[in-house]
Design a protein around this ligand. Structure first.
Ligand code: PLP
Ligand code: SF4
Length: 340
């Protein structure tokens, strides 16, 4: 008799996928059966934030559609070259909170470790697109300093792995850091902010899950999907594998013009996430980073979309609509402004 496995996913080839990401937008257009004149592509040599997209993600884009919501998130267009008032290189002023290479300490009780300097995918709206990762790579000796900083502050009880995307790091690096922080008695939780389970879902290997679970810490993975089309069967599987292992899986999305600025689209996103064991957490308004103005949704429109969303979903499927205000020690909720 054949020994069928219900789900047969090759879950060891993520590094190959990372090596195979598409870095030439013209190649992407070919794959999608699009002609250059159908999109407003900018010259790629002018890009400081390179073009980069995994094949797994491209496979979820519609062929021949220049307005595909996944394509619009990653395609560098001429719009991003125009300077706009109010848009800057470091809108969150994170550089001030960058206490040591590899460590950002801005929020009470939580520190962010910038584990990796790059991502599998480069999202054109990303607020970290101008961040200098070269200056922020701690190296081996540096990681010890980061651990010492955390050890010296008993108020820190949660470590957040961020980046870049921390899951592009090899398990061996993650294991070294996790081993050191899990020995610190005040640390209760490890949170990982990553887009990899969405863009290269085979990154969620059994080995990774084991490494996380064996840390003895409570694990929270915050993924990032903006549109329901980003979630195919392999993404559902990667989210569900984490959920089954006892990991709390949350999603953050960014409200993006012409991509998900529609309550029906956001409702479908919440439904798909929850069907895979993932709860919607934050819906961020755009951080005003240079080159991203064409993604901005006005606050009044954002409120309206969020209100409509809350009218069609159970409360636990409605993400918190928030904005980031430099210097404020939490996300700032964008409250309704409706009088009944
Ligand atoms: C928002 C944010 C946090 C804190 O996240 P919460 O989920 O609000 O605790 C930490 N680090 C960075 C960089 C953030 O943007
Ligand atoms: S995956 Fe996240 S950090 Fe990386 S480019 Fe996209 S939004 Fe930015």
């Amino acid at each position: 008799m054949n020994q069928h496995r219900l789900v047969k996913n090759p879950r060891s080839d993520w590094q190959q996928s990372l090596a195979d990401v598409i870095t030439n937008p013209n190649r992407l257009l070919e794959m999608l059966h699009l002609k250059p004149e159908q999109v407003d592509l900018c010259a790629i040599d002018s890009l400081k934030f390179p073009f980069r997209v995994p094949r797994e993600y491209v496979a979820r884009m519609r062929l021949g559609d220049p307005r595909d919501p996944l394509l619009l998130q990653i395609l560098p267009t001429k719009q991003e070259l125009s300077a706009m008032p109010g848009y800057s290189h470091d809108p969150l002023q994170e550089e001030k909170a960058n206490k040591l290479p590899g460590l950002i300490h801005k929020y009470k009780g939580r520190v962010l470790l910038t584990i990796a300097g790059a991502c599998a995918i480069n999202c054109r709206y990303c607020f970290r697109q101008h961040f200098s990762y070269e200056d922020n790579n701690p190296g081996r000796a540096g990681w010890q300093k980061v651990v010492d900083y955390v050890a010296a502050d008993p108020t820190i009880n949660e470590i957040i792995f961020s980046g870049g995307d921390p899951l592009i790091a090899k398990d061996s690096l993650l294991a070294q850091i996790i081993e050191r922080i899990s020995k610190l008695p005040q640390i209760k939780r490890l949170r990982i902010h990553t887009r990899l389970p969405v863009v290269i879902p085979q990154r969620v290997t059994d080995e990774l899950i084991t490494l996380l679970i064996n840390s003895g810490l409570q694990i929270i993975v915050v993924v990032h999907a903006n549109h329901p089309n980003e979630i195919d069967a392999s993404v559902e599987e990667s989210l569900f594998v984490m959920r089954r292992a006892g990991i709390t899986v949350l999603n953050q999305a960014v409200l993006l013009k012409n991509i998900n600025d529609d309550p029906i689209v956001l409702a479908e996103l919440s439904e798909k996430l929850f069907a895979s064991g993932c709860l919607p957490y934050y819906l961020h308004t755009l951080d005003k980073v240079m080159g991203s103005a064409h993604f901005d949704v006005e606050i009044s429109r954002a409120r309206e979309i969020h209100w409509q969303l809350s009218q069609i979903l159970p409360g636990y499927l409605v993400p918190k609509l928030v904005k980031e205000v430099p210097g404020v020690l939490s996300k700032v909720p964008i409250n309704l402004d409706i009088n009944f």
